[in-house]
Write a protein that binds this ligand. Structure first.
Ligand SMILES: Cc1ncc(COP(=O)(O)O)c(C=O)c1O
Length: 467
C-alpha cells in the first residue's frame, strides 16, 4: 500500500507543510467535539457503563481494521464517540473530583506540543521547550518559595508522581543512616502510602484526623516516639474535604524533632496566585518539597504537575548519566543536562500549555479564576445551609462542599450519587467524614452560575429522571 506524504492519514504534523496537513483534521476534531457534546446533552452520558460500552463498540467495532478508514473518518468517529461519552468537567453539574475543565487556550497550546513533539530528556530533542521549562519551573517555584534565591520546580504528571519524588528525595537525603519514617494523616492522599511502599520505606505512621486535618499535637507525640529520621507529610487541600492542615504549627512540631516537612498542595497550591486566598497556605515555606497540580485548580489539560523545592541543589539525587542523552563531554561543552529533571525518559512538554496560560492570564487572571471557584463554593454552602432538606458538612476552605439529604442513610446517599451518574444528570463525588457518607461537589468551573448551583441542589432533593 502506498504511503501518502501529504493530506492523508500518513501525513506528518511537523515541518513547514505540517500545519496545512493538520488544519483539516483540526476542523474535523472541532466538529466532532461539538456534535458529541450536543449528543450527550449533559455532564455525562445517560445509561451507565453498559450503554457507553455499547456505543463505543457500535461506533468502532474494529480497533485494527485490515484496511484503514482514513484520517477524517477515524477522527470524526472516535472523537465523536468519546465526546458523546465523556464526563465533561466544563458542565456545571460535573463536579465530583479534582478533575478540572481545561481552558481553551491551554488545550490549543497542547496541540502545538503534540505537533512539535519535543521530548524533554535531552536538549537535542527539545531546545526551546527545555529552556521554557526551566524558566516556568523557576517562576512557579518562586511563587511557593518567594524569599529564597534559587528555588526550582520539576514538571511531573501530577500529584502522585510529585509525592513519589518528594519521598524519594527524602530517602536519598537520609542515605547511609536509618530509613526515613513517613508520618502523615489519615487525610493524606493514598499516593503517599503507595510511594512509601514503592520506595521500600517503612510503613507510614498514619495519624487519625477526626477533624479532617492533622493535629500538630498528634504529630508532636508521634515524632517523640520515633528514633530515626522522619518526613512529615501535610496536605494543603485534602482530597475529600479540601481542608488545609495547620501548616505553621505542623512545621514547628516537625522542626522541634529535627523532622522534615513535605506539603502535598496538589489541590491547594494554586491558591498562591490569589493574594486573597494565599494566606491559607502560610507555612508552606517551611517545607523541603511541595506538590502542586495545575490540572486541578489550574485549568490545565492533564498532565500538569509540579514538585517545588526551596533550592535546586535539592534535586541532585535525581542526576543520572546515559551516554546517548547527556554524555559528560556534551555537558562540558555546554549542552544542558536534562535527565535529572525527571525519572521518566521520553517526556512531553506539558510546560507549554502552562506557560501559555500564565502569560495569557497573568497572575491577576489566575487569581480571578481561583477566587471565582472559592466564591462559588461559599455560595453553594450558603444555599445548603438555608435548605430545609439538606445538611452541610462544614464551610468550605477551598472549593469542595460536602452535603447530604437531611433524612437519608449512608446507603441512600451512595445510591443517590450513582443514580444521578447513571441517569446522566450529575457527577457528584462521595466522601466519608465525621463517620458519615457525604455527597461531594468539587467546584472547579469558574463559569458556573448561581442558577447552576440551584439546579444541582434540586437534583439531589428530587427523584426525577432525564427524558
Ligand atoms: C491531595 C492530593 N494529592 C495528590 C493527588 C494525586 O494527584 P494526581 O491524580 O494528579 O496524580 C490528589 C488527587 O486527587 C490529591 O487530591
Amino acid at each position: 500500500m502506498e504511503v501518502e506524504a501529504r493530506g492523508g492519514a500518513s501525513a506528518l504534523a511537523g515541518g513547514r507543510q505540517g500545519a496545512e496537513d493538520v488544519r483539516p483534521f483540526v476542523e474535523t476534531v472541532l466538529a466532532a467535539l461539538a456534535e458529541g457534546a450536543r449528543k450527550r446533552n449533559g455532564p455525562v452520558p445517560a445509561g451507565g457503563p453498559q450503554a457507553v460500552a455499547a456505543a463505543v463498540a457500535a461506533a468502532a467495532p474494529e480497533v485494527l481494521p485490515a484496511r484503514g478508514t482514513g484520517g477524517q473518518e477515524a477522527l470524526y468517529t472516535l472523537v465523536h464517540v468519546m465526546a458523546a461519552g465523556a464526563a465533561d468537567p466544563a458542565d456545571p453539574a460535573c463536579a465530583a473530583h479534582l478533575h478540572g475543565p481545561p481552558l481553551a487556550v491551554a488545550a490549543a497550546a497542547d496541540l502545538a506540543a503534540s505537533v512539535l513533539n519535543p521530548s524533554l530528556d535531552s536538549w537535542d530533542q527539545a531546545p526551546a521547550a527545555s529552556e521554557l521549562e526551566a524558566r516556568v519551573g523557576a517562576e512557579l517555584a518562586r511563587l511557593v518559595f518567594p524569599d529564597l534565591p534559587m528555588p526550582d520546580a520539576l514538571v511531573t504528571t501530577g500529584g502522585t508522581e510529585s509525592n513519589q519524588l518528594a519521598l524519594l528525595l527524602a530517602r536519598e537525603r537520609a542515605a547511609g543512616g536509618p530509613r526515613v519514617q513517613v508520618v502523615c494523616g489519615a487525610n493524606a492522599h493514598h499516593s503517599v502510602l503507595r510511594a512509601a511502599w514503592l520506595l521500600g520505606l517503612p510503613q507510614p505512621v498514619v495519624l487519625d484526623t477526626p477533624a479532617g486535618v492533622l493535629d500538630p499535637a498528634a504529630v508532636d507525640r508521634a515524632l517523640s516516639g520515633l528514633p530515626g529520621r522522619a518526613l512529615v507529610v501535610a496536605t494543603a487541600g485534602t482530597t475529600d474535604t479540601g481542608q488545609v492542615d495547620p501548616l505553621p504549627d505542623i512545621a514547628r512540631a516537625a522542626a522541634g524533632h529535627g523532622a522534615e516537612l513535605h506539603v502535598d498542595a496538589a489541590y491547594g497550591g494554586p491558591l498562591l496566585f490569589s493574594r486573597r486566598a494565599a494566606p491559607a497556605l502560610d507555612g508552606l515555606q517551611s517545607a523541603v518539597s511541595v506538590t502542586v497540580d495545575l490540572h486541578k485548580l489550574g485549568w490545565q489539560p492533564v498532565a500538569a504537575g509540579l514538585l517545588a523545592v526551596p533550592d535546586r541543589a535539592a534535586l541532585r539525587p535525581l542526576d543520572h548519566r546515559a551516554d546517548y542523552l547527556n554524555a559528560a563531554d556534551d555537558t562540558e561543552a555546554g549542552l544542558p543536562d536534562l535527565l535529572g529533571r525527571s525519572l521518566r525518559t521520553t517526556r512531553r512538554p506539558d510546560v507549554l500549555k502552562i506557560a501559555v496560560t500564565l502569560r495569557a492570564l497573568g497572575r491577576d487572571g489566575m487569581a480571578a479564576l481561583v477566587d471565582a471557584v472559592c466564591e462559588l463554593a461559599r455560595q453553594l454552602a450558603d444555599r445548603i445551609e438555608d435548605h430545609p432538606d439538606l445538611v452541610l458538612y462544614a464551610p468550605p476552605v477551598i472549593s469542595t462542599v460536602l452535603f447530604r439529604p437531611a433524612v437519608a442513610t449512608d446507603e441512600e446517599v451512595a445510591a443517590l450519587r450513582r443514580r444521578l451518574l447513571v441517569e446522566g444528570r450529575a457527577v457528584l463525588g462521595r466522601a466519608r467524614a465525621g463517620g458519615r457518607l457525604w455527597l461531594k461537589a468539587t467546584l472547579l468551573n469558574p463559569h458556573t452560575r448561581a442558577d447552576h448551583l440551584d439546579a444541582l441542589l434540586t437534583l439531589t432533593t428530587e427523584g426525577t429522571t432525564r427524558a
